[in-house]
Design a protein around this ligand. Structure first.
Ligand code: HGY
Ligand code: MN
Ligand code: MN
Ligand code: MN
Length: 406
């Protein structure tokens, strides 16, 4: 099947790019580290016999012709990271897809369908607070307005693309047509496979992330001279709301909600906070439940603002619909898992978002999960064993060969 040693060697090499002293990886979109990472992946793609190019937004696309004039099969994932991220999130999917193509080439197996392997641009949304730029472009849903979104330094996505040195191409040309399906391998980033002693799993669906920014405005005043009953303290108000966000999500039973970023202004020891800004990431496989939690959180926030003479503002950063993986692809993945592991396949939903979600209204998708040690991810301690990686690579190989025959 695949060459597990070569795959794990590529993974180790890529992990050195953007690595910080404490072992975390920082490869944010349109930065030098991410460009160096792409150039290394481009080399691997060429060694696998793929013809490689960057598209209008910087997706790195390796293409291989099929023997027949059929729709294209897409494989891929992302190599950008969260701040201080792990070495497997995204990268494993890109490198395993390349390894499968490389192994097919070595076995002189010509696929019937054309195949493209894509390292999607900015899946994580770390730099711009707006994720999946690359897969949106491939789906044809990235808009000119999206390109005006800015990073913390006020640089727009559009300017970042231009400064990255990409050939000026129209956004519309990035959309891929005549696609049969998309298949992504990714680490689970959760604890289910480990709890079921399964190295590899079949993904049933992907929870849709809703990202909001809350801004709560009060009045910055002197910490020493302002009586407690005359304050418009934005941070105490925010803390009540944030505690309630956790409570509402817990009560929902399935929806998860996370406050990941928070900024206090003017952020002085002796100043009553005049303004607090924070993000909320709300997810569920069931969109109606997710949106109900959103509604309850906003209602509570407005109540606190009212009671404390504060002003609350909400901004939607991104709202991605949950997606169910195609039954027919799931069936092939389960058969491939059963063949590789010699046991029935474990199927599970993905709490994490993935590029596959952007193709909900374009073409069918399937995902394969690799076991994560202790379920840890978005953390330098993220880990999957070389054996599990090789088994998962064989599952991707088998599933691709099967899907290519259909
Ligand atoms: O946020 C996510 O779920 C993914 O890691 N981008
Ligand atoms: Mn991630
Ligand atoms: Mn990922
Ligand atoms: Mn992904």
């Amino acid at each position: 099947m695949i060459n597990g040693n070569r795959l794990n060697k590529h993974l180790d090499e890529l992990a050195t790019i953007g690595k910080s002293e404490d072992g975390g990886i920082n490869r944010f979109s349109y930065t030098k580290e991410e460009k160096d990472g792409n150039e290394l992946v481009k080399k691997y793609m060429e060694e696998a016999g793929l013809t490689v190019q960057y598209d209008a937004v910087g997706n790195l696309i390796g293409s291989k012709d099929g023997t027949e004039d059929l729709p294209t099969i897409l494989l891929g994932s992302h190599i950008d990271t969260v701040p201080n991220g792990g070495k497997y999130d995204g990268s494993l999917g890109v490198l395993t897809a390349i390894e499968v193509i490389h192994s097919l080439k070595e076995k002189d197996k010509q696929p019937r369908h054309p195949i493209k392997v894509i390292a999607f641009k900015d899946e994580e949304g770390t730099r711009f607070g707006f994720g999946m730029i690359g897969s949106r472009a491939i789906a044809g849903t990235l808009t000119k307005d999206n390109l005006q979104i800015t990073d913390g330094d006020g640089i727009t996505i559009d300017r970042a693309i231009r400064e990255y040195g990409l050939e000026k191409k129209s956004l519309h040309r990035a959309k891929l047509e005549n696609i049969k399906l998309y298949l992504e391998l990714h680490i689970e980033q959760g604890k289910i496979l480990e709890s079921k002693h399964a190295a590899v799993g079949n993904v049933t669906g992907i929870a849709g992330p809703l990202w909001l920014k809350f801004t709560l405005k009060g009045l910055a005043e002197h910490a020493g001279t302002t009586p407690m009953n005359q304050r418009q303290d934005a941070l105490t108000g925010a803390s009540l709301i944030i505690a309630e966000i956790e409570k509402i999500a817990k009560q929902s039973g399935s929806t998860v909600a996370t406050v990941g970023k928070l900024a206090v202004k003017p952020n002085g020891v002796n100043v009553i906070p005049g303004e607090v800004e924070w993000t909320v990431d709300i997810r569920d496989i069931d969109e109606a439940k997710r949106d109900h939690v959103e509604k309850k959180i906003k209602q509570f926030a407005e109540k606190i603002a009212d009671e404390r003479k504060l002003i609350i503002e909400f901004e939607e950063l991104q709202r991605v619909e949950p997606i169910l993986c195609e039954e027919s692809i799931q069936r092939v993945i389960k058969e491939s898992i059963c063949e590789e592991l010699g046991e029935d396949a474990v199927s599970l939903p993905s709490g994490a978002g993935h590029d596959a979600m952007q193709f909900k209204n374009s073409f069918p998708v399937g995902m394969i999960f690799v076991r994560s040690k202790d379920g840890i991810s978005h953390n330098p301690q993220e880990f999957s064993t070389e054996e599990d990686i090789e088994k998962a690579g064989n599952v991707l190989y088998k599933a691709l060969v099967q899907l290519d025959e259909d």
